[in-house]
Design a binder for this molecule. Sequence first.
Ligand SMILES: Nc1nc2c(c(=O)[nH]1)N[C@H]1C(S)=C(S)[C@@H](COP(=O)(O)O)O[C@H]1N2
Ligand SMILES: [Mo]
Length: 229
Amino acid sequence: MADEKLQRIVEARLKLRARYQAKIQGSPAQSDPAPQGSGPVNRHGMPQLPPGQNHTRAWPVLDLGIKPEIALAQWALQIDGAVEAPVTLDWAAFQALPQVEDESDFHCVTTWSLMDSKWSGVQCSTLAALVRPLPEATHLMTYGYDGYTTNLPIEEALKDDVLLVHAWNGKPLPREHGGPVRMITPQLYAWKGAKWINRIEFLTQDRAGFWEVRGYSNSAHPWRDDRYS
Ligand SMILES: Nc1nc2c(c(=O)[nH]1)N[C@H]1C(S)=C(S)[C@@H](COP(=O)(O)O)O[C@H]1N2
Ligand SMILES: [Mo]
């Protein structure tokens, strides 16, 4: 990526971070004694699992009965809504963004937790910095190729461990888990991470996604056992 472009992203990120810092610090998972991204060291001296959760070894697959197959040449991610600079990224443009690796846990509301996954991908905050949310933007809606949707407050989406991942434990993300690219939200229940993600829309007011309409908690904090509304 060109240095100048990278520089612009970095500057925009710092501005965004400053704008949302207080909200992020005050948000539940951040203020609860809960692990976040970057691995088991984060769990030292803390409960291993959120209330009501059990370890799983195999990674279960949950979807709406569709597992879309998207060739990399066809893949695109649209980022739009209440932003200054909407963009549609193809695979090459997505790969050209700053990439990160992180280690975090995955808590499903159906009570299984997959611990210590290694992820590679792009921070959601990098994408936000690229499009620059308008001051009135408060939430985002994410969409999958299968028609799935889920909503998030911006301060949750900007957390460092919220990623759009394309690899899991060193291998390309399997199609059944949302490959080529899905979102992960380690500090929230896993339904907040859209598999086969193809759109992020910034909103000026909250709007419920697929499960949120059907009675799942809008806030979805595992450490508060915050499952259903
Ligand atoms: N596009 C899409 N994303 C989705 C879902 C879905 O049905 N479609 N299910 C959600 C739910 S309920 C969970 S628990 C996780 C499951 O991810 P996994 O199948 O990789 O375990 O993905 C979430 N993201
Ligand atoms: Mo789920």
